[in-house]
Design a protein around this ligand. Structure first.
Ligand code: 5GP
Length: 215
C-alpha cells in the first residue's frame, strides 16, 4: 500500500516570448510545495543569470559526459546549445512529495512523455504537461518586438521556430491560450488544484491526507 504521496511533475512548454517565464514565476510564488528544476545548459549565461539558480552552465564536454552517465531525464539541442533536466534531483524531490516544475522546450518534453510511456521512469503518474499557446503569431511578434532585445532577423527565426513548436500542442495534457498574466496564472493554478484532487492521486484508503496538502 502506498501511503506516501508523491509529487507532480509540472512540465510547461511554450514558444519563446509566449509568457512562460512569467507564468512559471507566478506558480512558484503561489505554491510553497512547487520547486523549480534547474536545468543544465551549454549556452552562455545572460546578464544577471547565476550558475546553480537559473541554470547549471556546463561546457559541451561536461554535458556530453553527463549524457553518457544517463544523468538526464531528457536532453535536447536548441538554438545550437544543449539543454537537459537532471534526473536525480527530480526523482528525489518527487519521492518526498514535492511538486517539480520543468520549463522545457518541445523536443525534450516529447522525450519525457516517450520515456514515461515506455516505462522508463519511476513515477509514471506524476506527469502533468501544459502547453502555453500564444494568442496568435501576430501577437507573439508584437511581444517579441516590444522586448526590444532581438534583431529583425532573429525575430523572424523565432517566429518560424514558434510555429513549429506550436504544432505540438496536442501532445500535452492541457493547453492554456495565453492572455493576461492573471488569466494565465488563474488557469495554471486551476490545473494544479484539479490534478491534486484526482482520486487516482490520493494515498490509498486515505484521501483525508489531502487536507494536509500545502500549495
Ligand atoms: P533559454 O536559453 O531562453 O533560457 O531557453 C531556451 C529554451 O530551452 C526554452 O524553451 C526553455 O524552456 C528550454 N529549456 C530550458 N531548460 C531545458 C531543459 O532542461 N531541457 C529542454 N529540453 N529544454 C530546456
Amino acid at each position: 500500500m502506498n501511503d506516501q504521496r508523491t509529487g507532480l511533475i509540472v512540465m510547461i512548454s511554450a514558444p519563446s516570448g509566449g509568457g512562460k517565464s512569467s507564468l512559471c514565476q507566478r506558480l512558484l510564488n503561489w505554491s510553497t510545495n512547487l520547486i523549480y528544476s534547474v536545468s543544465c545548459t551549454t549556452r552562455a549565461p545572460r546578464g544577471g543569470e547565476q550558475d546553480g539558480r537559473d541554470y547549471f552552465f556546463l561546457t559541451p564536454a561536461e554535458f556530453e559526459k553527463r549524457i553518457a552517465q544517463d544523468d538526464f531525464l531528457e536532453h535536447a539541442k536548441y538554438n545550437g546549445n544543449y539543454y537537459g533536466t537532471p534526473r536525480r534531483f527530480l526523482e528525489d524531490q518527487l519521492a518526498v512529495g514535492k511538486d517539480v516544475l520543468l520549463d522545457i522546450e518541445v523536443q525534450g518534453a516529447g522525450q519525457v512523455m516517450q520515456r514515461i510511456r515506455a516505462g522508463g521512469f519511476a513515477y509514471p503518474q506524476a506527469l502533468v504537461s501544459i502547453f502555453l499557446m500564444p494568442p496568435s503569431l501576430e501577437l507573439l511578434e508584437t511581444r517579441l518586438r516590444r522586448r526590444g532585445t532581438d534583431s529583425d532577423e532573429t525575430i523572424k527565426k523565432r517566429l518560424a521556430l514558434a510555429e513549429r513548436e506550436m504544432a505540438h500542442w496536442r501532445e500535452y495534457d492541457y493547453v492554456i491560450v495565453s492572455g493576461s498574466l492573471d488569466d494565465d496564472f488563474a488557469q495554471g493554478k486551476s490545473i494544479l488544484i484539479a490534478e491534486k484532487c484526482r482520486s487516482s492521486r490520493q494515498p490509498k484508503d486515505n484521501p483525508w491526507q489531502q487536507k494536509e496538502l500545502s500549495f
